[in-house]
Structure formats: structure tokens, C-alpha cells
Design a protein around this ligand. Structure first.
Ligand SMILES: [Zn+2]
Length: 526
């Protein structure tokens, strides 16, 4: 007797092949195909007439590893059909953090190291295997933890000894099953690293056949140079590269996307594999501190928060922003306060849900004063949504054969808002980009969020509907699937994602959460 029988559905197996009308069974957590004329008995029968039966969606770029302690069930992911997450992205992971990392203060350390940190990948893996969470998770090693363990927030190149120790830390992670290293090269302190440092570290990843995934050094005015650097780093280190949340920000750079896609093609023709992921939105989201000039953050939070509360600090911020005194994306100048929506703030709760321009008007401040005030009062503990991109570019990016789908999602929980991508990436991709805009066929669109991602990240026995594979399945209505979440209210429900199983356990039934957390922690090639 089967555990679940899914009958009459159109099965998309994740390979990009067209849908086939077929019955799918689930037995002991695995996929089986019932043989013979007569349907077997099953404890649960799902009639999928008119519905698409797909492998559970794989999030190519997730930050859920940060929320596992507060939101272990990850219902915001399961309710969008997401069953496996590739986490530890943008240079941020809970490991390896050395206890004696040289930070200027506990406050700075608290802001950059999460309250849950682990000295090694082995310790992280052991803890993950004890915990219960909703989706399966694989996790990269973040460059930030490796660098800050050695150098704290110091704005300087690593010495030869420090670099050796960093390589040792990374090798330990790779031994324990890390898929590779991620970087977030617009974020302090990773942005203080040189190209040479990254090449040396990635040679370690190359030795283990791992992968480099990177939030490149600039997605605005320097996006072409930053992409060239990422590709060059991959070639020098001999490691394949994934470009995270591929984009060009700010109107003056929108035209650069064509050249960016050519650079990816050229790299692949030269023989080093380059892929990318993208989320289906034209707004980014980040900790608001990343809008500051990087040199400011090297002061440490106590000194910086105090300084930005003085006239001298406000003047320095104004000069840096208006005169672009150092290399950074400078979003305060490039999109202005009206395009920053504050989603969470530690102290100034009146700013949450408002644009920074509204906050400025409320307080009788000009734009730069408003940012300085927010950084100072919240001691840099804020998140925001920034409206920075062009939808036509996103369509081009999704059409490119090397692009997977990722959420870049981070769910704040509690009182704060969050970017809708954390709740609705997959239904939005399927409804808006596949059905309405027809950027790809449904079969190929499904591959970009299942089989392709599984192959890229060596997610074994998942990502495809095949006999004996783990029964991670998402059943949805291709005619009605669409996102519900908006920037103003990310908690509105999606439409059309009807059933989700993880390892054979039913977790979503008729669009409603059921069952218990049963996600697995996955390692590289195991
Ligand atoms: Zn990123």
C-alpha cells in the first residue's frame, strides 16, 4: 500500500521535458511509479486532474539559515512550493567563527556574527542534524566569517599568516561537506578583501571540486568590472562560479545587462562554468548599514553610531554621498530616500513601513540627516527594501540558459516586514514570468527551479521526479498560480500552490500547512 497516490496529474519531471499525464506514488519517503492497469491502494489519494506535478522547488539562493532559530518551520517557503534551500549565501554563514575574532567591541561583533555561531562546519552540521526544520538545507561557508575571524572589521589586506589560517578554516569546512565559499563583496568586512585573497581561498574550494557563489563587488555603476572580477577569480582559482541575484541597479546602468549576459557567455565558451540566480522582483533588500560608505563601518558600531549623531558625522556622510569619496554603490545618492522602504528598525519603530523620505519629513530633517539619524538611533540595526531595478532586464536574465531561480529570502518575523520574495518568489515566477510574460515554457521554467539547481549544487536524489528519488513534490495549478505578497503586506497568501511534500511527508494540503517539520541537512556530494 502506498503512502500517497497522486493521480491524473501532468507530471513535469524537472529535466525540462514536456509534461506527461502519469500517476505518481510515494512509499517510505521515495518516489515510485505504480505499474499495471489498476491503481494501487494508498493511505492518501490526491486527485491532481488539471494540475502540474513537479519536483519540490529548490531555492538556489537562500538566507533561511539565519532564521532557523526563530522560524524553523519555514512555512513561508513551504507555502510557495519550496522544499530545498541552498543557504549560507552572500558571504554570510553561522560558521566558522573563531571565539577570539578581533572585533573592537561586543556590539560590533553582535551585529556581524549572529547570536548562533559555530567554531567549525562540523559543529554546525552536528547541531543542524539535531534540529527540526521545514525544508531541506545545504549551506555554503561564508567568506565574512572566515575573514572576520582573523581580522575583525579591519580595513586592510590579510597577511600571509592570516591568509594561511583562513585557508585552513575553509579546508576544514570543505572536508565536512560544505559546497564551497560564498562572498558578499559589497558588505563590510568582505569588501575589504583583495582579488588575490579570494583567489587563494578559492584554490582550496577548487581542490575539493566545490563552487564559488558570489554577490559581486558592485551591482551599480561598477557592475561590469565587478562581474569581470568574479569571472577572473573563478578562472584563476580553477573553480566554477555562480553569480548571485544577477542584476544591474540604478537607471544609468540598466543598459549594461546585455553586456553582462555576454560576459557570462564568453566565460562559458572559454570553458569555466558560470551560472546565475535571480529573484522575480525589481527591488532589493538588505541591512541598511550596507548603504553606508564601507570605510565608516570599519570604525566599529559604538564609535560610528555616536559619530553619526554629531554634526561632524552628518557632514562626513553628506560629503561621502554627494562627492562619492570612495568606491561603493552609494544607493543614498543613486535612488534617493524616497526609494528606501524601512522594513525593520531596532529603535525607531515609527520608521517601519515608511520610506526614508517620509521619515525625514516627519522629523523635519533633510535626506542625509534622516539616514544619519536612523543609523545613529538604531545603532545600524535596520533592514530595508530598495527600488533599484528594471523588469525588462529581469525578463532577459530569466531567458538566459544559465539562470536559476532563487529567493535571496530572509524572513524577519516579529514586528518587522520583509521583502515579498521570502514568501512568493516561486508563484510569482510561475504566474507572472512563465504564464503571463512567457519568458520560458512551463517545462523549462520548472527545470530552472528544480533539476537544473539540483545538478548545479549536487543535490543528490532530489530535483527530479524519478523512481527512487526523495519524494519532495509540489503540485500546483499552472492556470491560477500567482504571488500574493506585496511590499506593503508580504503576508498575503499565494494562489495555486496546492500540495507540497518533503521526503514523502505532506506539508501543504489544499494550500494549508499540515504535518511536522522533517527537512534534512544536506552536504556536498553525500
Ligand atoms: Zn546578496
Amino acid at each position: 500500500m502506498l503512502d500517497i497516490l497522486i493521480k491524473n496529474g501532468t507530471v513535469y519531471d524537472g529535466s525540462g521535458s514536456e509534461g506527461v499525464r502519469k500517476n505518481v506514488g510515494v512509499l517510505d519517503g521515495k518516489i515510485v511509479f505504480p505499474a499495471g492497469e489498476e491503481l494501487p491502494e494508498a493511505k492518501k489519494v490526491i486527485d491532481a486532474e488539471g494540475l502540474a506535478v513537479a519536483p519540490g522547488f529548490i531555492d538556489a539562493h537562500s538566507h533561511s539559515d539565519g532564521q532557523i532559530y526563530t522560524e524553523p518551520s519555514r512555512m513561508s517557503k513551504l507555502l510557495q512550493g519550496n522544499t530545498t534551500e541552498i543557504a549560507g549565501q552572500c558571504g554570510s554563514s553561522r560558521m566558522p567563527w573563531l571565539p577570539d575574532a578581533p572585533f573592537d567591541s561586543e556590539e560590533t561583533k553582535d551585529l556581524f556574527v549572529s547570536s548562533h555561531d559555530y567554531p567549525s562546519y562540523a559543529a554546525y552540521k552536528a547541531d543542524m542534524r539535531k534540529r527540526k526544520f521545514g525544508t531541506n538545507q545545504m549551506c555554503f561557508t561564508g567568506h565574512r566569517s572566515i575573514r572576520a575571524s582573523m581580522l575583525g572589521m579591519q580595513l586592510r589586506p590579510a597577511t600571509a599568516t592570516e591568509l594561511d589560517r583562513m585557508k585552513g578554516l575553509l579546508a576544514e569546512c570543505m572536508e565536512e561537506g560544505s559546497p564551497g565559499m560564498s562572498t558578499g563583496l559589497v558588505y563590510a568586512p568582505s569588501c575589504y578583501s583583495t582579488e588575490e585573497e579570494l583567489v587563494e581561498l578559492l584554490k582550496v574550494v577548487a581542490r575539493y571540486g566545490g563552487i564559488y557563489t558570489t554577490h559581486i563587488r558592485g551591482e551599480g555603476d561598477t557592475v561590469l568590472e565587478a562581474l569581470e572580477e568574479a569571472i577572473r577569480i573563478g578562472e584563476k582559482a580553477g573553480v566554477s562560479v555562480n553569480i548571485s541575484h544577477f542584476k544591474a541597479m540604478f537607471p544609468q546602468n540598466f543598459h549594461k545587462v546585455d553586456r553582462m549576459l555576454e560576459l557570462v557567455d564568453e566565460a562559458n565558451r572559454r570553458g569555466n562554468s558560470v551560472t546565475m540566480d535571480a529573484y522575480p522582483y525589481t527591488a532589493t533588500s538588505a541591512g541598511t548599514k550596507s548603504a553606508l560608505p564601507p570605510s565608516f563601518l570599519s570604525m566599529g558600531i559604538p564609535a560610528l553610531a555616536e559619530w553619526l549623531g554629531t554634526k561632524e558625522g552628518v557632514d562626513a556622510l553628506r560629503k561621502a554621498v554627494t562627492e562619492q569619496t570612495e568606491v561603493w554603490e552609494n544607493p543614498i545618492k543613486n535612488i534617493g530616500a524616497k526609494n528606501f522602504l524601512i522594513t525593520d528598525a531596532a529603535v525607531t519603530k515609527e520608521a517601519v513601513g515608511r520610506r526614508v523620505s517620509e521619515y525625514a519629513a516627519m522629523k523635519g530633517l533633510d535626506e542625509v540627516e534622516a539616514f544619519a539619524d536612523l543609523f545613529s538611533k538604531n545603532r545600524c540595526r535596520m533592514t530595508d527594501i530598495r527600488f533599484t531595478m528594471l523588469e525588462e532586464n529581469l525578463e532577459k536574465i530569466y531567458r538566459h540558459p544559465c539562470c536559476m531561480v532563487g529567493t535571496d529570502g530572509m524572513y524577519a518575523g516579529g514586528n518587522g516586514l520583509a521583502h515579498p520574495r521570502s514568501f512568493a518568489t516561486f508563484p510569482r515566477y510561475l504566474g507572472r514570468f512563465i504564464r503571463e510574460k512567457k519568458v520560458l515554457s512551463l517545462a523549462e521554467g520548472i527545470r530552472r527551479m528544480t533539476g537544473m539547481t539540483a545538478e548545479r549544487y549536487h543535490v543528490k536524489d532530489r530535483g527530479f521526479i524519478r523512481e527512487g528519488y526523495a519524494a519532495d513534490l509540489t503540485i500546483f495549478d499552472p492556470e491560477t498560480v500567482i504571488d500574493g505578497a506585496t511590499y506593503e503586506n508580504p503576508f498575503l497568501p499565494n494562489k495555486g500552490i496546492l500540495y507540497v511534500t518533503v521526503g514523502g511527508e505532506l506539508r501543504v494540503e489544499n494550500g494549508t500547512p499540515v504535518g511536522e517539520d522533517c527537512g534534512a541537512f544536506l552536504t556536498w556530494r553525500d
